[in-house]
Write a protein that binds this ligand. Structure first.
Ligand SMILES: [Zn+2]
Length: 248
């Protein structure tokens, strides 16, 4: 696997044109999961995607934007413009050294600034640089539609995330403290009050259905789906020709 664990000379001789940047979050995940949950899950998915694509795997960015989890200690965020500038700088440093494809793997559903980051980088740099952003929330949604899990909804710390953590880091999971909770309001209400207004436990889903076996299966499927979504996006961009004055 081509990753940050190699020497610079080894990376030069492998000469990858794709880089993979996983992004996590350090945020509360209910009474039963650690605050590193998003970080741990997207790190495992990133490794799997890199193995399947021969992309250059970067270390996971641990912290992003998670204001919606304010209220208990341990969740850490930065301001969206800071995050915009940081990710843009990282991607542009990759372009400078000849990477022409970057896949951003987002392991936290609340990084809404990723949409303008992705759109601006592509609008300004296509066709020399293409950025594909793969969102874990969309992958979770498709796993639910595939019938891979038993609960109906996964927003936060539910069956999917809990299963994956039971598989990846069981020593950090406290199933005896797990609480199922589906709020009566929709996810957009997180713009108007923290998750604790909608769910006192900070859970949005049904972790009681979780098992380590499901976690293994979910991880494999999430890697497959992540790779196919990434390829779909790059194929779409590669087919574009100049339109008027623009390659975007
Ligand atoms: Zn999470």
């Amino acid at each position: 696997m081509i990753s940050y664990k190699l020497t610079a000379d080894e990376i030069v001789s492998a000469n990858p044109d794709l880089a993979i940047l996983p992004i996590g979050s350090i945020e509360q995940h209910g009474p039963h999961l650690p605050v590193m949950t998003d970080y741990a899950i997207i790190t495992a998915i990133g490794k799997g995607v890199a193995e399947k694509t021969n992309g250059y795997l970067l270390p996971t960015l641990p912290i992003s934007t998670c204001r919606e989890h304010m209220g208990k200690k341990g969740s850490v965020w930065m301001e969206p413009p800071t995050f915009y500038n940081m990710v843009t700088d990282i991607v542009m440093s990759l372009k400078t050294q000849g990477f022409n494809k970057v896949c951003i793997l987002s392991g936290h559903g609340g990084i809404f600034i990723l949409t303008p980051i992705t759109r601006d980088l592509n609008a300004k740099n296509n066709p020399d640089l293409m950025v594909a952003t793969v969102e874990i929330m969309a992958i979770f949604q498709s796993l639910t539609e595939d019938g891979l899990i038993d609960s109906k909804l996964e927003i936060h710390a539910g069956e999917i995330e809990t299963s994956m953590m039971l598989y990846l880091a069981p020593e950090t999971v406290h199933m005896d403290r797990a609480v199922d909770f589906i709020p009566t309001v929709g996810r957009p209400m997180l713009n108007y009050g923290s998750i604790f207004r909608a769910s006192p436990a900070g859970v949005w889903g049904e972790p009681s259905y979780a098992t380590a076996e499901k976690g293994k299966l979910i991880l494999e499927r999430a890697i497959e789906k992540g790779v196919s979504q990434m390829n779909y996006i790059f194929d779409y961009m590669e087919k574009k020709e100049k339109f008027g004055y623009s390659y975007f």
